[in-house]
Design a protein around this ligand. Sequence first.
Ligand code: ADP
Ligand SMILES: Cc1ncc(COP(=O)(O)OP(=O)(O)O)c(N)n1
Length: 269
Amino acid sequence: MPIAKTLTIAGSDSSGGAGIQADLKTFQELETFGMSAITAITAQNTLGVHGVYPQSTEAIEAQLDAVLSDIGADGVKTGMLFSAEIIELVAKKVKEYQLKNIVVDPVMIAKGGATLLQQEAIDALKEKLLPVATVITPNLPEAQAILELEKEITNIEEMEEVAKALYELGPEYILLKGGHLTEGPALDLLYDGKEMTKYHVERIDTKHTHGTGCTFAAAIAAELAKGAEIKEAVQVAKDFITAAISDSIQLGSGIGPTNHHAYQRSKRK
Ligand SMILES: Nc1ncnc2c1ncn2[C@@H]1O[C@H](COP(=O)(O)OP(=O)(O)O)[C@@H](O)[C@H]1O
Ligand SMILES: Cc1ncc(COP(=O)(O)OP(=O)(O)O)c(N)n1
């Protein structure tokens, strides 16, 4: 069987734990052929984001056209898109190349607080990209920003209401991540317009969770690209990220990255 082709459209994280680097490691570990279009370069380490250098829409379009006109993609993950112009370009390319299996991780703010999506780009995200997404993977603060909610989302009942409201914006599926809940298990909700499916694992006691959202979304894209159904793709991604967090790596003096190789290693035991 030919190898499934996966494309990440995201920002570069120089420290290797999040962004393009996390996505490519995940694509590789899940036995797909990973490719990239870099939207922004970040100077980043375990202590935070020290600089953000967005690429021109010309450079991003050239990367996308080069890859998609020749090789194509069976699954796509979008991460840090930074501006309304970049979001509009990506939405245009999704339509132009009739891309399938689009996982939109609506990255907005890094754990250290740095802005990875301009505030004024949220409308473009809602109007242009969410309607063409197969699945969106917001964390709780991102869901709150998209829906312009004043109050924080704090429990499973509120998460269910939020998933339903996000579904009205047009994606085929909503995967609402509950990593930011302050107590209880690490719980995520998948909503398909009818049914809520819950994925939960015991919360792992570690501060080294840099890049968890990127890794999780990239794993979903890889599994969809290989032909998995959505529930199965999310289950593999949940197992992948749980193994990666369980075996997270203490590098630098801040929030370290997860271990992208842990899932394959645990399967071999
Ligand atoms: N401490 C933890 N233990 C186990 N799973 C976690 C932990 N923190 C996050 N997760 C899981 O990692 C994935 C990414 O979630 P989250 O941290 O909410 O995203 P983001 O990195 O976008 O903020 C989700 O499946 C979430 O449930
Ligand atoms: C270049 C880049 N893209 C995305 C992120 C955010 O990644 P995420 O998985 O949400 O992890 P944290 O920033 O929350 O650790 C990033 N930091 N850099």
